[in-house]
Design a binder for this molecule. Structure first.
Ligand code: NDP
Length: 492
């Protein structure tokens, strides 16, 4: 905001010049305010409606504009138009967030971070709604609401509860891999710029010849990974609760545009059935030695929002928003999210949310959807039904979402089919044992002990020890000692 020009004239929302912003219309100097002071009444009404409901998860976020640039030829794997040529740039918007905290919560608390991307492509908006972790706490959408409830607030006290969190996690062993990352120092990133982002889910790419590939996206920070220790993160909660938001804004404002390298893991379609892990299970990664990451592009964020509400709060991502050449996979969490995101935006922002500037596609829209709540863009004289004989838009079967084939089977409530090395603890163990160094492991134990000491009941602490012993007996023993349990930890 600058003061170097003559300010414009204040108007009502109808554009009518306004006489005052200081005195409401009253009957004499000491009399009651009259209702026909329409300007003041409208001002109050508008103020009363300034907030939309906050997101149930990922409420506190920060965002920026930028671009995605293709750096390697990927046409052998996908026909997506925005990925069609080396050097091609697509404008985009990114939103980073904490998950469990509310709008005003502190940025540096232990939590996964949202990593949501919107690509404004020439074939419509493509959204990739990921996190800063390659896996998730649960592998079936049926468990999602319960998981989130356990991370939020108690119904009676309105307080967060570590007891509730560990109760859910230890009763849900598939959470171990994600909890191991969360409890490591990656659970408290130093800034949004210094963390990676992942699609986490497996998606499908299809090339122009119709050949299909399972893929995972990894956005690797060019700034380098940097995390806070527990003590540093805790200190920053009081020093600057908006630390991550400020850091992102300041770095872009100073011309220091953060950048991420996009690396893809690409699995031939036929490999999935016989792969040693279920490739659609969101609690698992594909080890790099099996599917080495291939660098294909870069994302640069170089412009701050002009208005936080209109861009960072009203931006709405949805994994259902796929462009030709990109499809879903049989990941059960992904299926649930495909429904859930659009549904929540309709409720939170409004029926016209896709027409708001930050969400609006930057390519022509020719849809047969019409009228209804707050529709801003109308079809004019275009026919309102398909098929029609009057030149209305026609669908193109070659642009349909790529899909996959499943054998006919009985509809039921199934666990995933198990692959040779599927279990709940193996990949968490690989992380703690093979990837982390001694300092990482020592910090992991410190972080777990601090978290599981705060208001966690004895029976649940016993389960916390068993859970970590299943991941790695040494970590289990360290947690047991830290929590003051003298006995040898026993795996459940
Ligand atoms: P690699 O040795 O090839 O890769 C290990 C990966 O772990 C690196 O990408 C590294 O990311 C990342 N990493 C290092 N420290 C942490 C941490 N505290 N929390 C989360 N990630 C971390 O191993 P594999 O591919 O064989 O996988 C072994 C284990 O590594 C997995 O079980 C998984 O827990 C973890 N991992 C694997 C990923 C994958 O897609 N294969 C992705 C991320 C983690 P960076 O380069 O950013 O430091």
């Amino acid at each position: 905001m600058s003061n170097d020009r003559r300010p414009p004239r204040t108007t009502s929302d109808s554009g009518i010049p306004v006489g005052t912003d200081g005195q409401s219309l009253t009957v004499g100097p000491n009399g009651p305010t009259v209702l026909h002071d329409a300007y003041t009444v409208q001002k109050m009404q508008h103020f009363n409606r300034e907030r939309v409901p906050e997101r149930v998860v990922h409420a506190k976020g920060s965002g920026a504009h930028g671009f995605f640039e293709v750096t390697a030829d990927v046409t052998q794997w996908t026909s997506a138009a925005f990925l069609s040529e080396v050097g091609k740039r697509t404008p985009m918007f990114a939103r980073f967030s904490t998950v469990a905290g509310e709008m005003g919560s502190a940025d540096t608390v232990r939590d996964p971070r949202g990593f949501a991307l919107k690509f404004y492509t020439e074939e419509g908006n493509y959204d990739l709604v990921g996190n800063n972790t390659p896996v998730f706490f649960v592998r079936d959408g049926a468990k999602f609401d319960d998981f989130i409830h356990s991370q939020k607030r108690m119904p009676d006290t309105g307080l967060r509860s570590n007891d509730m969190q560990w109760d859910f996690w230890t009763l849900t062993p598939e959470s171990a891999h994600q909890v191991a990352i969360l409890m490591s120092d990656r659970g408290t990133p130093r800034s949004f710029r210094s963390m990676n982002g992942f699609s986490s889910h497996t998606y499908l790419w299809m090339n122009a010849a119709g050949e299909r590939f399972w893929v995972k996206y990894h956005f690797k920070t060019v700034q380098g990974i940097e995390n806070f220790s527990l003590a540093e993160a805790d200190a920053m909660v009081s020093e600057d609760p908006d630390h991550h938001r400020r850091d992102l804004w300041d770095s872009i404002a100073a011309g220091d545009a953060p950048e991420w390298r996009l690396e893809m893991q690409i699995m031939p379609f036929e490999d999935a059935a016989g792969y040693r892990f279920n490739p659609f299970d969101l609690t698992k990664v594909w080890p790099h030695s099996d599917y080495p990451p291939i660098t294909v592009g870069r994302m640069v964020l170089d412009r701050n929002p002009a208005n936080h509400f209109a861009e960072v709060d009203q931006v709405a991502f949805a994994p259902a928003r796929l462009v030709p050449g990109i499809g879903l996979s049989p990941d059960k969490m992904l299926m649930a999210r495909v429904f859930s995101y659009h549904d929540t935006h309709l409720h939170r922002i409004g029926a016209n949310y896709e027409q708001l500037p930050v969400n609006a596609p930057r390519c022509p829209v020719h849809s047969y959807n019409k009228d209804g709540g707050m529709t801003y863009r109308h079809a004019g004289s275009q026919p309102v039904y398909a098929p029609n004989s009057y030149g209305g838009p026609q669908a193109d079967p070659s642009k349909d979402v790529p899909s996959w084939w499943v054998e006919a089977a009985e509809i039921g409530r199934y666990a995933y089919d198990l692959h040779a090395e599927d279990d709940d603890f193996g990949q968490a163990a690989a992380l703690c044992h093979d990837v982390m160094d001694a300092t990482d492991r020592a910090h992991l134990i410190t972080n777990i002990v601090a978290h599981a000491s705060a208001g966690v009941s004895a029976p649940i602490q016993e389960r916390v020890i068993a859970y970590w012993t299943n991941v790695d007996p040494e970590i289990g023993a360290g947690v047991a000692a830290g929590l003051g349990y003298g006995h040898e930890a026993q795996a459940a």
